[in-house]
Design a protein around this ligand. Structure first.
Ligand SMILES: C[S@@+](CC[C@H](N)C(=O)[O-])C[C@H]1O[C@@H](n2cnc3c(N)ncnc32)[C@H](O)[C@@H]1O
Length: 204
């Protein structure tokens, strides 16, 4: 089964599982110090929109584009924001095929880079999609045996923090912080990262 089919299959039970494992709280704790309240935001690999939801719950901008190649995941994301005063644009696409019409002040991506065939190129593309002073906020799987359990189902990858920071640096991004989640599965599987654009780059 390919990656998109796997996530189409997982969509209905995704929120329950992610909430139970503690990622929703972890996302909120991470984002609360990094929100930007007004300008356009992209959530790349949004899935059912849980990272975007944590962003908005933390006071982040409600002008938000949700992008994901899984129609079933995106359907849940769309319904999550249907009644909220949120300006949502939903785009069914991979990052690789995405052609944005404008740049973003903030780009979010939680556990999505791990599915891009060329993660360094993915970070470079995200950097080009940022405004001149934009921020890239990532949650990325790290080396830990727990990730093998997730790999059995989703065949994702994981990266050491220094590797990620190196790819970001090559893409004209400076490192602001690496966030260690404090408890539970998020503390074992992942780190949060905030990068800021430092070089002038053009639209993707
Ligand atoms: C582990 S889920 C994360 C979903 C959400 N960000 C969260 O934290 O709950 C990974 C998501 O990345 C999406 N994805 C897979 N390959 C992708 C690609 N090449 N470009 C963008 N998104 C992709 C999947 O469809 C899936 O919804």
């Amino acid at each position: 089964m390919d990656t998109v089919s796997k996530y189409n299959h997982a969509a209905e039970r995704w929120d329950r599982k992610v909430l139970r494992l503690g990622y929703v709280n972890a996302y909120r704790q991470f984002l609360q110090n990094h929100v930007e309240p007004v300008r356009p935001v992209l959530d790349m690999g949004t899935g059912t929109g849980l990272f975007a939801d944590a962003w908005i719950a933390s006071g982040g901008s409600r002008d938000i584009t949700l992008m994901d190649p899984s129609e079933a995941m995106l359907r849940v994301a769309r319904s999550r924001f249907a009644n909220a005063s949120v300006c949502v644009d939903c785009i069914a696409s991979t990052l690789e095929d995405y052609q944005p019409e404008h740049t973003f002040q903030t780009i979010l991506a939680a556990h999505a880079i791990e599915h891009c065939d060329d993660p360094a190129a993915a970070i470079a593309k995200l950097a080009r999609c940022l405004d001149e002073t934009g921020k890239l906020i990532l949650v990325v799987s790290k080396p830990h045996w727990c990730n093998w359990l997730i790999w059995l189902r989703f065949r994702h990858r994981w990266y050491a923090p220094e590797t990620l920071r190196q790819w970001a640096r090559k893409s004209g991004l400076s490192h602001i912080t690496t966030h260690a989640f404090s408890v539970g599965p998020p503390s074992r599987t992942s780190f949060g990262y905030v990068f800021e654009k430092t070089a002038l780059e053009t639209l993707c």
